[in-house]
Design a binder for this molecule. Structure first.
Ligand code: FES
Length: 129
């Protein structure tokens, strides 16, 4: 498994933070404005859009391992649909119980038509992004 990102595309992105690699998540146009788009990395991450701003967080709710991409996103906050915990899309912090542990957040960038996430190097991706 590799990151599936071409050298010409990485040239358009800033250097990733230490210990991270740019991974193509999906076409930016395919990220809905009020819910997430689950990306099949291991562990899975979820891409969100709020207006013109994009976010990437770990997809798994820290309460009982439900997909946050299934949640409702508004005003920079995602609400898990299983028990309604809320997380900041910007910082990952818990804004409403029952979750008590923050979700990990990841830097994002748009290059060309695609959204990229700077994921930790130990996150596995499918070839081709
Ligand atoms: S699984 Fe998300 S709040 Fe319970």
């Amino acid at each position: 498994m590799t990151a599936g990102i071409s050298a010409s595309m990485t040239a358009q992105l800033p250097p990733p933070p230490d210990g991270r690699q740019w991974v193509r998540l999906c076409p930016a146009s395919e990220v809905p404005d009020d819910e997430g788009r689950r990306i099949g990395t291991v562990p899975p991450v979820a891409a969100f859009r709020q207006g013109t701003e994009f976010f990437c967080i770990d997809d798994t709710c820290t309460h009982e391992k439900y997909s946050l991409a299934e949640g409702w996103a508004e005003d920079g906050v995602v609400e898990c649909t299983l028990h309604f915990a809320k997380f900041s899309l910007r910082t990952g912090e818990v804004l409403a119980p029952p979750a008590t542990e923050a979700v990990k957040t990841h830097p994002v960038a748009v290059a060309g038509d695609d959204l990229y996430g700077a994921l930790p190097a130990n996150y596995l991706t499918r070839k081709g992004g």
